[in-house]
Design a protein around this ligand. Structure first.
Ligand code: BGC
Length: 767
């Protein structure tokens, strides 16, 4: 595979020339989305080569079979499949009766662009068909941010060496499959097809989960930019509807098909109104028109960029990469709907089978919190609050009681849908991330009310879990947490993972501390919570005993916390001594070899030190970094960003930059050789953090905003904005100075390299 084929550009992802071997990689990279739905960059016209077709609707999944012979109590009932949804983008094209298919004719001047500034996907090429006809083709497609149930395509064909017949067949196909389908299973049932003069809607429902979806399309034609009416024939199949129109056009003329399409689904409408809702959306879109919708799209993206752009001067590839990360995060989650979340692959692939991991709480919250209104992060927290009952049920299945909650490792609706025992049962640190996110949110936004209103119930349930999950060791007179998997998934069933134990202790203490605050300052909420949770002082005392007597594995020799008990029994050989042939170890080694090795998949002890940096001396963190970094293989996309942030905090900019490059262009340069499966959406938030928290050194422990700005020597300057408690603070850093500007009415108090500053409206503070 030809890596580095993406042309560097500040605002766009550009591919020039069509290489069939990277068709599926490009389908991932050029994906588009609007928070409610998203799709891979599949061609509109027929393509008989290797392709991975994918169009996804937020919240819609299928509970795939998970029963296995070696079933274990507590396993989830299903594995959630992110479902490929009916295809509304399809347009079959014939030129003088010959099908246009880039697999059978050579593409010339192929150009594909994901325009991140304005939020659309564009493709153009010329080709000569077997019949000798040469055409120029251009398509522009986007999913509207404005009407998030609608997308639009303008598809144009111009004959270059002939006058002849162009035939377009826009269609909807509901007979789709998943890429990861076993045994050719189908997941959709078609219920109804409604066709009218120039629009059609197919109503289908998912098997088992009964999500109803009306997939619609509406089309019209233009000749040289002027609307024309063309007669059509309709072919209605069992699961598909096609509208074919033909037109004889002269050499140099352009025939364009304007196609609006999209989904209305039963999470947002009642079943019986879905068809009319889809029809209304389509006629609404037609009234606004393609250009009108595109104009609104540009305005909507301009608004997003206004607060979330990061500008890097002096390194186009870095600029392109950070915008790509920010763009994809915004395409995946727009923040209005607390039932939706950010899947590790977003709308760009099917892997990971579920939408929500701890990635959201541990990685994504800071990005959305700083670049958007606080409601967005609040909605992400509410997602978990609304699933508390399911988390309690989940814990009950595993033998916990009295309102203890274990949030799932992977979920669509609050139910666990991950069935690898070492993850489902053991990777329990995820529970702590739920509470850390609440702390992070309250700290950053100052919206303390979230805790009495919603957060505390989650905190109590999680504290109960940790109390029950800990084991008292008579021998040590301390509490152990046995049989876990830490963030480093290359160790399973270990005892006393430092990160897990630390988080458990912290969760209990934070909960107890806030209960006291509620009792003093939010009495009515406190009484309501005590009443519903039946929490007693005695129970809190028992929790605190666990926290106070929590055990942590240490090495006296190295003067560090160990990742887990017995870690030093391993042979410690730095990654630098591993042969290239052995990398990535998760593809080259057997699982048992990985487990016996010292290699760390992703930040683990260091993840803890990153989250709780304020509780450790810098030298202590540095010592841990020096011990763990050399044996970390970063085979999770979530790893390099944390290492980059920590390295920057010790002013080790070359290391920080090295790790930054790895995270920021992970997908664009396909570091892990898997971009064809989809993008690493959640780690993109980590990339944002690597600039803002890493190079910018932004911290806000205890609500105090501070910065320690640095810049990689490879860049001339960079700047970012953060939304902090109603103010918009811009941070600009070049090789000699750092400038803070407050673009809002509200003054912000910050600490820069230990010095306090108050920055008022339009102040320009240079340091
Ligand atoms: C990582 C997990 C992560 C998951 C989804 C795994 O490879 O080890 O920490 O939650 O991917 O991103």
């Amino acid at each position: 595979m030809n890596l580095n084929y993406i042309i560097p550009n500040e605002w766009s992802i550009i591919e020039e020339g069509f290489d069939k071997t990277q068709a599926t990689a490009s389908e991932s990279i050029f994906s588009i989305g609007n928070g409610a739905m998203g799709q891979r960059a599949n061609f509109e016209e027929h393509y008989s080569g290797k392709t991975f077709q994918g169009s996804y609707i937020g919240g819609i999944y299928y509970p795939d079979k998970t029963r296995v012979g070696w079933w274990k109590n507590g396993y989830p009932e299903y594995f959630a499949k992110v479902l490929n949804a009916p295809n509304w983008i399809g347009i079959d094209v014939k030129i003088n009766d010959e099908q246009l298919d880039l697999n059978s004719c050579l593409a010339q001047d192929f150009y594909r662009e994901l325009n991140m500034k304005d939020g659309f996907l564009k493709r153009s090429f010329k080709t000569t068909l077997k019949n000798g006809n040469q055409v120029a083709v251009e398509s522009v497609r986007f999913l509207s941010l404005d009407i998030n149930e609608i997308g639009a395509i303008k598809y144009s064909v111009t004959p270059l060496n002939f006058s002849g017949e162009i035939e377009f067949t826009p269609y909807i196909d509901a007979g789709i499959k998943n890429e990861d389908t076993n045994y050719d299973e189908l997941f959709w049932e078609v219920l109804d097809i409604e066709d009218r003069d120039n629009d059609a809607v197919i109503l289908s429902k998912t098997l088992k989960t009964n999500f109803y979806v009306a997939t619609g399309m509406r089309f019209s034609y233009e000749l040289n930019g002027q609307t024309i009416k063309l007669p059509h024939t309709v072919i209605e199949g069992e699961k598909r509807i096609d509208y074919t129109s033909k037109k004889l056009i002269a050499i140099g003329e352009t025939l364009s098909l304007i196609k609006f399409g999209g989904y209305c689904q039963s999470m947002n409408h009642t079943e019986d109104e879905l068809i009319s809702c889809a029809q209304n959306n389509l006629s609404n879109a037609a009234t606004i028109g393609f250009d009108g919708l595109l104009k609104k799209q540009k305005e909507a993206w301009a608004k997003i960029w206004e607060t979330s752009d990061i500008i890097i001067d002096g390194d186009v590839k870095a600029q392109q990469a950070i915008r790509f990360n920010i763009f994809q995060l915004n395409q995946t989650y727009s923040g209005e709907d607390s039932r939706l979340n950010i899947g590790p692959k977003g709308f760009t692939g099917e892997k990971y089978g579920g939408s929500t991991y701890w990635d959201t709480e541990a990685y994504c919250i800071p990005f959305y919190m700083s670049t958007k209104d606080k409601e967005v992060a609040r909605n992400l927290l509410l997602y978990r609050y609304n699933q508390l009952d399911k988390a309690i049920e989940n814990a009950e299945k595993l033998g916990f009681n009295s309102g203890a909650a274990l949030y799932p490792m992977v979920t669509m609706n609050g139910e666990e849908c991950h069935n690898e025992w070492e993850i489902t049962f053991e990777e329990i640190h995820r529970n702590g991330a739920m509470i850390y996110a609440i702390y992070n949110y309250v700290n950053y936004t100052g919206d303390y009310n979230y805790i009495p209103e919603f957060g505390m119930e989650v905190m109590i349930a999680v504290a109960r879990f940790w109390h029950q999950r800990a084991t008292y060791s008579n021998a040590k007179n301390q509490y152990m947490i046995l049989g876990v998997t830490g963030p480093n998934e290359y160790e399973n069933n270990v005892n006393n993972n430092f990160y897990t134990n630390y988080l458990a202790k912290w969760c209990i203490e934070y909960t107890a501390e806030n209960l006291e605050k509620l009792q003093n300052e939010f009495k009515a909420d406190y009484d309501r919570i005590i009443e519903t949770t039946k929490l007693s002082d005695l129970e809190i005392e028992a929790w605190l005993k666990v926290a106070n007597l929590m055990y942590f594995p240490i090495s006296e020799k190295h003067n560090i916390y160990l990742q887990q008990d017995g870690f030093l029994d391993k042979e410690i050989i730095p990654v630098s001594e591993l042969s290239k042939r052995d990398r990535p170890i998760n593809q080259k080694w057997s699982w048992d070899r990985i487990l016996r090795s010292c290699y760390i998949k992703q930040a683990d002890v260091l993840q803890g030190m990153y989250l709780f940096e304020n509780n450790f001396e810098k030298e202590t963190i540095e010592k841990h970094f020096d011990f763990y970094e050399p044996i970390t293989v970063h085979e999770s996309s979530l790893s390099p960003c944390i290492h980059s942030i920590l390295a920057a905090s010790f002013d080790r900019m070359p290391k920080a930059y090295e790790q930054y490059l790895r995270t920021s262009r992970l997908d664009l340069d396909d570091y892990n050789h898997e971009v064809h499966e989809g993008l690493h959406i959640t780690s993109m938030a980590g990339t944002w953090s690597a600039i803002v928290q890493g190079f910018g050194g932004m911290r806000n422990f205890d609500g105090q905003l501070s910065f320690h700005p640095q810049i990689p020597k490879e860049w001339k300057s960079y700047s970012f904005k953060i939304n902090f408690r109603g103010s918009t603070l811009k941070v600009y850093k070049n090789q000699t100075e750092c400038v803070f500007t407050n673009e809002s009415e509200i003054p912000v108090q910050i600490i820069v390299d230990g010095v306090e500053k108050i920055i008022s409206k339009n102040d320009l503070v240079t340091i």
